[in-house]
Design a protein around this ligand. Structure first.
Ligand code: FES
Ligand code: FES
Length: 158
């Protein structure tokens, strides 16, 4: 079995897994990192949203062979460490606005939110309503209104 190395939540990991296995299964089933959720497995629902090199991506759509040894994969489990805290400010805003209902989509929602704020700042501005409209993460419980409020609040604190 081929070996693959990448950086997961700040630490190098090496796995013995076939090249064509999608990263989501490696994270969840091989490495036991279950924050990224399995919804569609097709890059549509965004439940698995995590970050690769600081940008949002869907590990359900990435075969392991496409992950390089120096790629930094961050899941919701590693998000607080990116700001050196026990909870990321976006997670604190989520608690403040009591966003989650069943909770299934929420790790992906938070990872998408943080990436969207950073994407806006990379172009020299704060997030706008139009940016929020671009977030495509599906929430079957319909928590979209609270998600939008929490993103605006969370963005004020990092
Ligand atoms: S499970 Fe990855 S986008 Fe749906
Ligand atoms: S909180 Fe249930 S799917 Fe979003």
């Amino acid at each position: 079995m081929p070996q693959h190395t990448f950086i997961l939540n700040g630490k190098p990991v090496t796995v013995d897994v076939e090249d064509d296995v999608r990263l989501l299964w490696v994270l969840r089933d091989v490495l036991g990192v279950t924050g990224p959720k399995y919804g569609c497995g097709l890059g549509v629902c965004q439940a698995c949203t995590s970050h690769i090199n600081g940008k949002a991506f869907n590990p359900c759509s990435v075969p392991l062979k496409d992950v390089r040894p120096d790629d930094e994969v961050t899941t919701i489990e590693g998000l607080p460490a990116t700001v050196g805290k026990d909870l990321h400010p976006m997670q604190e805003a989520w608690l403040e606005y009591d966003v989650a209902q069943c909770g299934y989509c929420q790790p992906g929602q938070i990872m998408a939110a943080v990436a969207k704020v950073k994407q806006a700042r990379a172009t020299g501005r704060e997030i706008t309503e139009a940016d929020l409209d671009e977030i495509r993460n599906v929430c079957r419980c319909g928590t979209y209104h609270r998600i939008r409020e929490a993103i605006v609040e969370g963005a004020k604190h990092f």
